[in-house]
Design a binder for this molecule. Structure first.
Ligand code: ZN
Length: 108
């Protein structure tokens, strides 16, 4: 992110950016330098930010469309390093889940 700009600056920016710049779990405000941009293109930004208080990580993205901007985020216990490690891995299949369930049943 641009570190030369202080967010939020105006009352309108505080309303607009408030939900993006605040931890959804403990409500501590993020600072711009806490955001790490993982990918950026003309279509949007994929970012991760870790809360310094509760240590939850928000993994999210902004999408730019013809109609405007949209965002989606997920609060997780993953660290930034976990996200970088697992984000390009193949999804877990139903067969793998069933195999794991069977293994757990044997341990009981
Ligand atoms: Zn927090």
């Amino acid at each position: 992110m641009n570190n030369n700009r202080q967010y939020p600056k105006t009352p309108k920016e505080k309303r607009v950016y408030g939900s993006f710049f605040q931890c959804p779990f403990c409500r501590v405000s993020y600072t711009p330098d806490q955001f790490d941009v993982l990918e950026s293109s003309a279509r949007g930004v994929l970012y991760v930010v870790e809360c310094l208080k509760c240590h939850h990580t928000l993994f999210g993205s902004f999408f730019f469309t013809d109609e405007g901007m949209s965002s989606i985020g997920m609060l997780t216990d993953f660290t930034k390093e976990d996200i970088l490690k697992f984000r390009h891995k193949a999804p877990i299949s139903a067969d793998e889940l069933l195999l794991l369930y069977e293994q757990w049943q044997k341990v009981k």
